[in-house]
Design a protein around this ligand. Sequence first.
Ligand code: CAA
Length: 240
Amino acid sequence: MARTALVTGGSRGIGAAISKALKAEGYNVAATYAGNDEAAAKFTAETGIATYKWNVADYEESAAGIAKVEAEIGPIDIVVANAGITRDAPFHKMTPEQWHQVIDTNLTGVFNTVHPVWPGMRERKFGRVIVISSINGQKGQFAQVNYAATKAGDLGIVKSLAQEGARAGITANAICPGYIATEMVMAIPEKVRDSIVAGIPAGRLGEPEEIARCVTFLASEDSGFINGSTISANGAQFFV
Ligand code: CAA
């Protein structure tokens, strides 16, 4: 029977490419979204992928949503914690609200997404936890103290989960995309974006599908010995 995959923030940007790639590999896929009903409905109509609305920053909402997905589609064997936001500002201008919004969604959101599916993965002795981190969690980024903290935190999460899950057949890995052609990156002021692209040896932004390929690789049955690792996909912009 086909395994079920959950992709948070899975109806737009990198998440949409991940949802589609997992479906193409034969998984049952559920994609979550936070607010954009229109985009989610369009995504479902175009792809046939079920979408569910909840706020990953809220534990109760996440747990209830996950229970619904499992009742309607099946036990979640693959979880892709992809949902994320930016609230960029130089540190001297960053507000506590901007700090908390990003921490709650990007970092606590990973806990809220993985924690409810973890017991089932342990029982079934199989699981794939894939967290979408960022190049900016590896190198830091001007105006992203909040975002970089969450993306660096993702790496600590997967390295710890890897050790806890290994004996139960669960792997936990992170992907660190560089700058990918999504709405999030297109929202950077054009002049700043041009200077970022100038610093990417590949000479271009990445494509969402290039990140989705990393996810299908890690999700595979054959990737069981890859655990606690970080895949960087950034066009040679930064090496760890
Ligand atoms: N390095 C050094 N200095 C920088 C800089 C950088 N990367 N970016 C901006 N600055 C400087 C500017 O030159 C300017 O300096 P001056 O005052 O001397 O002219 C100053 O910082 C900007 O100060 P402002 O008060 O004008 O800044 P602002 O409050 O208007 O904020 C900004 C502007 C939010 C920093 C804007 O420049 C921006 O959005 N930068 C992009 C940040 C970024 O790269 N975010 C990544 C988003 S994509 C993503 O997050 C996905 C992923 O995982 C990769």
